[in-house]
Design a protein around this ligand. Structure first.
Ligand code: HEC
Length: 102
């Protein structure tokens, strides 16, 4: 969080020199929904990046989330078991899904 504030203030600082008037930096609060499966997300996803990476995708299908988890495992070598994959995909689809399976 400190990092974000620092970056935000650096950004406003440099923009301020070129633009007249106030600049508002949007404050984005991440809504992390607790629930069944969140433990697995915390243990398997957040060691590499923040929850924002997940939220920024917007509501997505079950297939999308399944593929994202595959991508993390295949491309970035995330050590995620099949069991955790299932739990996480269900959690993501339930809380950040668009209602469509595909
Ligand atoms: C081994 C490290 C690692 C783990 C563990 C990991 N990720 Fe990622 N994730 C990455 C990297 C690296 C990127 C790409 C960052 C970039 O492109 O700037 C990424 C990006 C993402 C993105 C952004 C979209 C994209 O395709 O790049 C999403 C969504 C995502 N991860 C979800 C997850 C989820 C869900 C989990 C847990 C199941 C997870 N990640 C676990 C490394 C990891």
């Amino acid at each position: 969080m400190k990092k974000i504030i620092l970056i935000a203030s650096l950004l406003t600082g440099s923009l301020f020199a070129q633009v007249k008037g106030d600049i508002e930096v949007p404050y984005i609060s991440y809504q992390i929904k607790m629930g069944k499966g969140f433990d697995s997300v915390q243990a398997n996803c957040l060691m590499c990046h923040s929850f924002g990476y997940i939220l920024n995708q917007g509501p997505q299908s079950k297939l999308f989330w399944d593929k994202k988890i595959d991508k993390m495992v295949e491309e970035f070598k995330a050590p995620i078991t099949k069991e955790d994959h299932k739990i996480i995909a269900e959690y993501l689809f339930k809380h950040y899904g668009n209602g469509k399976l595909k």
